[in-house]
Design a protein around this ligand. Structure first.
Ligand code: AMP
Ligand code: MG
Length: 328
């Protein structure tokens, strides 16, 4: 693990103090790095939107460290909500519930609901313990791939934002967002916690919104979903079946992300722009945004991804992010 940014003399209490004073701090979570501020401080939260260039109608997730702290933000915790919290918190599941009136409009973008979760990572848990609920979106400028390493946060914000170093994120894709304020309960964003595991706990069907719902009707349930997301400058596309047999494979300006095609199946000269995941989609999820950013830094014009099926661990979330990056 690379520790360049965490000077040993700067303790987590120092960063918690920064948050208490209304400043913004970036920190690791098990999903991606977050850009956090005191959820009860409107100016501090406004600063997050400014720094990211985030549209004001895209609400933030509030990070808490317990069901009790969640109860200070939401007006009611139903039996179903409680069951999910007990089963999946701390973990990559954000729950949308009716908010208490005192929750700031800037946090929820004026919606009557608020998204909350308990991150499964010691650093944000310590910050929350000392500073209270922290509103935090991903620590990237709007439209860029989410950061999965401290270095990515520095790429987007330079010295403007202090980053607590925490190495690479465990999952590398954002949390599952489940809306419990509507029926049927609806997954607004797939993540590591899957539709079927939610259905098992809730003992009822859970709806999954299609990757692009709302963009045609203009009425997305989750405001964030109407914006282009997760996209590098390089064009992301699916690899075509006729590409591999051609003599000019692999094309020099293209980065290939491969699953079933093995190292021995392809020409040696392409080994630098061929990344093999061997059907380990969890590993690809962990790696995806780093590859997107690396492709841009190295000047690739395209990222071609070998198509894969829609079943398997972490495939739900991965397919969603790839479709978003492709743009349809
Ligand atoms: P981010 O924190 O940047 O990963 O984005 C949080 C996601 O949760 C965005 O897609 C938001 O639109 C969504 N979200 C947050 N709060 C709500 C809410 N109250 N209702 C619906 N979606 C929400
Ligand atoms: Mg984000």
């Amino acid at each position: 693990m690379n520790m360049i940014d965490t000077k040993p003399e700067i303790s987590l209490s120092h960063y918690a103090g920064e948050i208490r004073q209304g400043n913004v701090v970036a920190f690791p979570t098990e999903t991606v790095y977050g850009l956090g501020a005191d959820a009860w401080n409107a100016d501090a939260v406004a600063h997050i939107f400014e720094l990211k260039g985030r549209p004001p109608d895209n609400p933030l997730i509030v990070h808490v460290n317990s069901v009790e702290m969640a109860a200070t933000l939401v007006s009611e915790i139903s039996e179903d909500a409680r069951r999910l919290m007990e089963r999946f918190w701390p973990g990559p599941l954000a729950l949308i519930l009716p908010k208490r009136p005192e929750v700031l409009d800037i946090v929820t973008a004026g919606l009557p609901t608020v998204a909350i979760r308990v991150p499964n990572h010691p650093i944000p848990l310590r910050l929350i313990e000392e500073a209270g609920p922290i509103a935090a979106p991903s620590a990237n400028t709007s439209g860029r791939p989410s950061p999965t390493r401290a270095e990515h946060v520095r790429q987007d914000f330079g010295a403007e934002v202090p980053v607590i170093e925490g190495g690479s994120c465990q999952y590398g894709l954002e949390s599952t967002v489940l809306d419990l304020s509507i029926r049927p309960y609806t997954i607004l964003r797939p993540g590591h916690i899957t539709q079927s595991s939610l259905e098992q706990v809730l003992r009822q069907p859970v709806r999954m919104v299609p990757s692009f719902e709302g963009e045609t009707t203009g009425a997305p349930r989750s405001p964030g979903m109407k914006y282009t997301h997760y996209a590098p400058d390089a064009r992301v596309r699916w690899m075509r079946p006729d590409e591999l047999p051609r003599p000019d494979f692999p094309a020099a300006g293209t980065l290939y992300l491969l699953h079933r095609i093995r190292p021995g199946d392809v020409p040696i000269r392409g080994d630098r722009n061929l990344i093999h995941y061997g059907e380990d989609y969890t590993e690809m999820g962990r790696d995806l945004y780093d590859r997107f950013r690396m492709a841009d830094l190295k000047g690739y014009s395209e990222i071609a991804i070998e198509p894969f099926g829609d079943s398997g661990e972490d495939v739900e979330a991965l397919l969603n992010r790839i479709r978003k990056a492709i743009g349809g």
